[in-house]
Design a protein around this ligand. Sequence first.
Ligand SMILES: [Mg+2]
Length: 215
Amino acid sequence: MTLAIFDMDNTLIDRAAAFHGWATELVARLGLAPAELEWLIASDGDGFSSRSAFAAHVKERYGLDAPVEDVLRDVRTGVLDRVEPYPGATEALDQIRRDGWLIALATNGGTENQWAKIRRLGLEAHVDAIAVSGEVGAHKPDRRMFEAAAARCGVTLAATDWMVGDCPTRDIGGAQALGLRTIWMRRGRAWQSSAPSPTAIADTVPQAVAFLTEV
Ligand SMILES: [Mg+2]
């Protein structure tokens, strides 16, 4: 059986849109200049910047009385309440699993926060295994995340396996280092990494899955 490991945030689920929704609401709630939306999005760094540092910067920049922990909870709840799978994503996973593929989800992030998103969207029902870096004890691009995803599917990684993700270094670079094949979720960007090009580039999950089933 061939294994395809999928990243979660901004690959299967639209975290960027959810964050944008929260940030837009914050700008309105605090009566901020519209340009602050850009600052919030840049500071968030697609969720990769330190969460506590981001919350502390928001608190400081807008002179909030609330403790940093409350600001952090506001962001997390705001994203969690708004996040949705990309159109056709879960249906595409169901289809490729029916075709005999093993599908794992490998996501970087805190255990509680990532599992809150997984549970709210019912993603367990659409994959064979889930690896969250907080519980694995290593983050992509660390090989242990890819190995954990495979092990939880009951297999070991093979050169015929795939990684699908939006991060050039964590997802694509990490998988390439293990000899896996890769699909980069473009999200409107150009491939700029100094790493070797991904095997394929896709704009949507159904497109990525169609590519996998046609290889
Ligand atoms: Mg991602």
